[in-house]
Design a protein around this ligand. Structure first.
Ligand code: IMP
Ligand code: MG
Length: 183
């Protein structure tokens, strides 16, 4: 049975994602210039597709780097324990950093990253998040560029997983309840 049969509904279509990501890129193009030479930090694994599509709309010179953070086990709620699984290769002292996240839920992960980065003395730090679930926020974190605000539902696709699967789905969707019993 196809993995697509596990999907109950589409929350954000591929077209809507692409249109909004283009807008986010234009917005960022008005904020940054070549001289800023920002470093875009993709938070793995969930933000990899967003990062790839977003950067194709950027017209200013920039560099990219990757960081892998873990806060979820095989579940749909954050364990609250944040770990760095892969750290930046780049020294961010004096740099203009843009954190690229898939989704801000409780805010725990982003709060951890922001506080961690602050100790490294970057010039500026801004956050681009494809999705935000404001109703779930437990820590107030600044998000400068937001793609979509979504209701309190566990979503998958476009880089985001459930139990490491479904990242390849080209839209944002919600799984059928029985999937959580099976996988
Ligand atoms: P937070 O620490 O609670 O804000 O959760 C942030 C991280 O949890 C994000 O980087 C996502 O990887 C993951 N996450 C939160 N909500 C969802 C969801 O609905 N689907 C998939 N991953 C999620
Ligand atoms: Mg994540």
């Amino acid at each position: 049975m196809s993995l697509f049969n596990d999907i109950e509904k589409v929350l954000i279509t591929t077209d809507d994602l692409q249109a909004r990501i283009a807008e986010l890129g234009q917005e960022m193009n008005t904020v940054y210039s070549d001289d800023d030479l920002p470093l875009l930090v993709c938070i793995l694994k969930g933000a990899y597709m967003f990062m790839a599509d977003l950067t194709r709309h950027l017209t200013f010179r920039h560099e990219i780097d990757f960081m892998e953070i873990s806060s979820y086990g095989k579940s749909t709620t954050s364990s609250g324990v944040v770990r760095i699984l892969l750290d930046l290769e780049t020294n961010i002292v004096g740099r203009n950093v843009i954190i690229v996240e898939d989704i801000v839920d409780s805010g725990t992960t982003l709060d951890y990253i922001l506080r961690n980065f602050a100790t490294r003395n970057p010039a500026t730090v801004r956050v681009a998040a494809l999705l935000s679930k404001p109703s779930r926020r437990r820590i107030d974190v600044p998000v400068d560029f937001v793609g979509f605000e979504i209701p309190d539902e566990f979503v998958m696709g476009y880089g985001m997983d459930y139990a490491e699967q479904y990242r390849n789905v080209p839209y944002i969707g919600v799984l059928k309840p029985e999937v959580y019993q099976r996988i």
